[in-house]
Ligand binder design. Structure first.
Ligand code: AMP
Length: 462
C-alpha cells in the first residue's frame, strides 16, 4: 500500500495527517489523491466513513500550495481558488474543519459559509479572502446576489454528497453556481449513489473524469455488530434506559423517526437521570452546535437525532448507535449504522423493534442481504399477541414533499434542517435570502418521503 507521501503529498501535509493518527491512506484516498493532484476531473462513488473528505481535501491542499500564486483579485483580496459545496451546514462545517486540520502546516486559508446564521461575519471573511471556501448552495448564492463574493478565480470545484444535494432540491442552485464559475476549472463530484439525475449532472459538469468507486456502505456493514431487540411499543424507552445504564454506555447516538419523538425521548431519559440532547431541524443552530460539541467531547452521553439532522455528522469511532425507531427507507438504516465502525473501527448498532416495524425490518434485511440477530432482553419480553398499528407521522410532515416535489422549487437556505421544498414564485428570489427559518416551514421533505413509503409499508403489514 502506498504511503501518503508516495501518493504525492508534501511533507507539510503528511505531517498534519500523521498527527491525526492516520497511518495509511484509505482505498478512496489511494485513488483520489493522485487523480486530483494530476489535475483532471473526478467522479467518485464514496460514502461518509470512507475517508472521502481527506480524499479530496489533501490533494487540493497539495495543488494549491504548489501551483503558482494566484493573482490577487481586483479588490486586492486573496481570491477564492477552491469552492466546496455541501448539502448541509454540519457537513460544511466539518469539511472546513478538515481543511484546517490537514492544511495547518501550509499557508493556505479556508472559511465556511452557510445559511441560518448571521451573514455579516461571512461578509467580513469574504472581504479578507480565503483560498478554500466551503459553502452550502443557498447562502453562497445569497452572497453572490449581494455582491459580497467573487468567484471568478475558482480553479477547483467540489460537489460533496452530490446525491444528497439533489435529494434536497438543490439542483437549481447548483446550476446557478455553475453558471457563475469560470469555465476552465477542475471538477470533483462525490456521491454515494448514482441515480440518473446524478449521471446527468456528472455528464454536464465533468470533462473526461477519472472514475473511482469504493465499497458501498452496505459492505462496510460487515464490521458493525448489529442486533435487534424485539420489544413492545411502549417499552422502548425503559429498555433504552436499561441498556444505557446496564452497559454503562458513555457515548450513544440514538435515532428517532420524528423531531417530536426525539424531544420526547430526551425528556424521558432526563427523568431517568440520563443526560441527553436532541438535534433536529427545529433546534437553533447554536443548540445543535452545542449538543454536537458536548457529545463529541464526551460530556454528553446521549445524542438523539433525526435522520436529516444526523447527515454528515462525523464522530470518530462512535461505539454505539441505537435505532429507537427503524427508518422507513432501508438506505437510511445503512447510513445510520455507518455512524459507528468508521474508517476501520468496530462498532455496535442496536435496533429496538416493535410489532409495527416488522415489515420495515424485513425490508432492511432484504436491502443489506442478511438477517440481523435478534435478542430479547430480560424483563422486556414482547407481548406475542400484540397487533401491528400503522406508524404515526404528523400529517404536516407528510404533506411537505407531496405538495412541493418536482416543481423546481428552491429549498430553504439550510437544507440540513429539513424543510420542505417551497414552491417558487416568480420573483420570490429577488430580495435578500437570509432568514429561511424553520418556524416558517415546519415539516420535512425526507420525512415525507418516509411517510409515502410508510403508507405502502403499512398496507403490507395489515
Ligand atoms: P469521511 O468519509 O471523510 O467522513 O471520513 C470518515 C472518518 O475517517 C473521519 O473521521 C476521518 O477522520 C477518518 N479518516 C480519514 N482518513 C483516514 C485514514 N487514512 N486513516 C484513518 N482514519 C481516517
Amino acid at each position: 500500500m502506498p504511503s501518503f507521501s508516495e501518493l504525492g503529498l508534501s511533507e507539510y501535509i503528511v505531517r498534519a495527517v500523521s498527527e491525526q493518527g492516520y497511518t495509511s491512506p484509505t482505498p478512496i484516498q489511494q485513488q483520489a489523491i493522485p487523480a486530483v493532484i494530476g489535475g483532471g476531473d473526478l467522479l467518485a462513488g464514496a460514502q461518509t466513513g470512507t475517508g472521502k473528505t481527506a480524499g479530496f481535501t489533501l490533494p487540493i491542499l497539495q495543488r494549491l500550495s504548489t501551483s503558482a500564486n494566484a493573482p490577487k483579485d481586483t479588490a486586492g483580496r486573496r481570491p477564492i481558488r477552491t469552492l466546496v459545496l455541501t448539502p448541509t451546514r454540519e457537513l460544511a462545517a466539518q469539511v472546513e474543519e478538515s481543511v484546517r486540520t490537514y492544511g495547518k502546516y501550509t499557508n493556505l486559508t479556508s472559511g465556511v459559509i452557510f445559511g441560518g446564521v448571521g451573514i455579516n461575519p461571512q461578509i467580513k471573511l469574504l472581504k479578507h479572502g480565503v483560498d478554500i471556501l466551503v459553502a452550502t448552495p443557498g447562502r453562497l448564492l445569497d452572497h453572490h446576489q449581494q455582491g459580497t463574493i467573487d468567484l471568478r478565480n475558482i480553479e477547483i470545484l467540489v460537489l460533496d454528497e452530490a446525491d444528497r444535494m439533489l435529494d434536497m432540491g438543490f439542483i437549481h442552485d447548483i446550476k446557478k453556481v455553475l453558471a457563475i464559475l469560470p469555465a476552465k476549472r477542475q471538477n470533483l463530484l462525490f456521491s454515494a449513489t448514482f441515480s440518473d439525475e446524478i449521471k446527468t449532472l456528472a455528464d454536464r459538469l465533468l470533462n473526461n473524469p477519472a472514475m473511482i468507486e469504493v465499497a458501498r456502505r452496505n459492505s462496510t456493514v460487515d464490521v458493525i455488530a448489529q442486533k435487534i431487540h424485539p420489544v413492545d411499543r411502549d417499552k422502548k424507552h425503559p429498555l433504552l434506559a436499561h441498556l444505557i445504564k446496564s452497559h454503562n454506555w458513555s457515548q450513544v447516538l440514538v435515532f428517532t423517526r420524528t423531531k417530536h419523538g426525539a424531544n420526547k425521548l430526551v425528556e424521558q431519559l432526563g427523568k431517568d437521570d440520563i443526560a441527553a440532547m436532541a438535534i433536529h431541524g427545529n433546534k437553533s443552530q447554536s443548540a445543535r452546535t452545542k449538543a454536537l460539541a458536548e457529545f463529541k467531547d464526551g460530556s454528553l452521553p446521549v445524542l438523539v437525532a433525526t435522520d436529516i439532522a444526523a447527515r454528515g455528522i462525523d464522530i470518530d469511532q462512535l461505539p454505539h448507535v441505537v435505532n429507537y425507531d427503524l427508518p422507513n427507507v432501508p438506505e437510511d438504516y445503512v447510513h445510520r449504522i455507518g455512524r459507528t465502525g468508521r474508517a476501520g473501527a468496530t462498532g455496535e448498532a442496536v435496533s429496538l423493534v416493535c410489532v409495527d416495524e416488522f415489515k420495515l425490518l424485513a425490508d432492511i434485511e432484504k436491502f443489506i442481504k442478511r438477517s440481523i440477530p435478534q435478542e430479547i432482553v430480560d424483563g422486556f419480553i414482547p407481548d406475542p399477541n400484540a397487533k401491528a398499528q400503522p406508524i404515526q407521522l404528523r400529517s404536516f410532515e407528510a404533506r411537505g414533499r407531496n405538495q412541493n416535489a418536482g416543481r423546481g422549487a428552491r429549498p430553504a437556505a439550510d437544507a440540513g434542517r429539513g424543510q420542505p421544498r417551497q414552491p417558487a414564485k416568480a420573483g420570490a428570489q429577488g430580495g435578500p435570502r437570509s432568514g429561511h427559518g424553520d418556524a416558517r416551514h415546519p415539516g420535512s421533505a425526507p420525512a415525507a418521503r418516509q411517510s409515502t413509503q410508510r403508507r405502502s409499508g403499512g398496507r403490507g403489514n395489515g
